[in-house]
Ligand binder design. Sequence first.
Ligand SMILES: [Zn+2]
Length: 425
Amino acid sequence: MTAYLIRNVRVLDGEPTDLLVRDGVVAEVGGGLTAGDATVLDATGLVALPGLVDLHTHLREPGREDAETVESGSRAAALGGYTAVCAMANTSPVADTAGVVEQVWRLGREAGLVDVQPIGAVTVGLAGERLAELGAMADSAARVRIFSDDGHCVADPRLMRRALEYVKAFDGVIAQHAEEPRLTEGAQMHEGEVSTRLGLTGWPAVAEEAIIARDVLLAEHVGSRLHVCHVSTAGSVEVLRQAKARGVRVTAEVTPHHLLLTDERAETYDPVFKVNPPLRTATDVAALRAALAEGVIDVIATDHAPHAVEDKECEWAYARPGMLGLETALSIALDVFGPQWDLIAERMSRAPARIAGLTGQGVDPAPGAPANLTLVDPAARRVIEPAELASRSRNTPYARMTLPGRIVATFLRGEPTVLDGKAVK
Ligand SMILES: [Zn+2]
């Protein structure tokens, strides 16, 4: 195992120092360390962050390997500065048994680029009718702790209650895609002025807010952990604020695209901007940014949703919802919040690692810490070229935009997965 001496790097907001990475851990931190047999990396101007952790990634394998594989998605993640991702269960077959979650987990280990932590489905086949084998998935080699029917809402309140009760025994968490399906039938975009003007069926904010309100009450009643996926409205923020003030065990995430883009993008009729939940208004974006800064929203999660060309480059009404996110998330965070490194580390690494229970992830670089870390050049700017992305899909909403920040290197347990901005394998 090669040792690395990272010279002249700032750890978060600190002064430049040296980091010695050896045997999978940060062995030493301090000025003027001697290299010995270590490979020296000059990191002048770079910032070291704990490796990013994504709570919400769609890797598409098994079933849609034309859109993404565990390996290609892992490589995209590493290039985005991630050292761990949680893989959503809406694969084909659905990850609703110990067999499928173990398959995804094993593929992640074989790729060896990030830790791939499978999320298990809440209900069999994501059909919302009966509970999947949550206990068997928790006891499997994949040690599943997060369960989600993401893509679908667990709409039946009785099932949601039972799922919350079930996972309480092993301190699991139910991650809800909050969408009251009866209120979003046929929806194509956010319900508001723009949808009226375009004549497209709207997805009203209240369809999200109603489910979050119900679920925080259920989680409070059961005393169990709820996580809310991709919060997108100002009203949802208020529901979460009240629930947290009462001490409900609820956490929440927001996506980079909901922090940056608005429903006016639909005016282009470019399906790359079609996503679920939909892009909302500038008022919602402002509320989400404030909630993230305050901690009412705990996490930035990508909802990386690769889609094959035929599922995306078609008429708006027929296009699948979803956008790529792994390779651009840190740049969006920098664009929106500036170089607030402690905030970025908390929302993109420490908090998601805590929620997912990933020991060894989300730990700031310090002596003895597992060497899961990423080096960022905050001064760099880059133009996003879809053809250059490592993902198998091309559906980035940031095509040809110039964004701040570049991931220079990523280390997984002391081994580089990215060096000089390029994937090592
Ligand atoms: Zn979702």
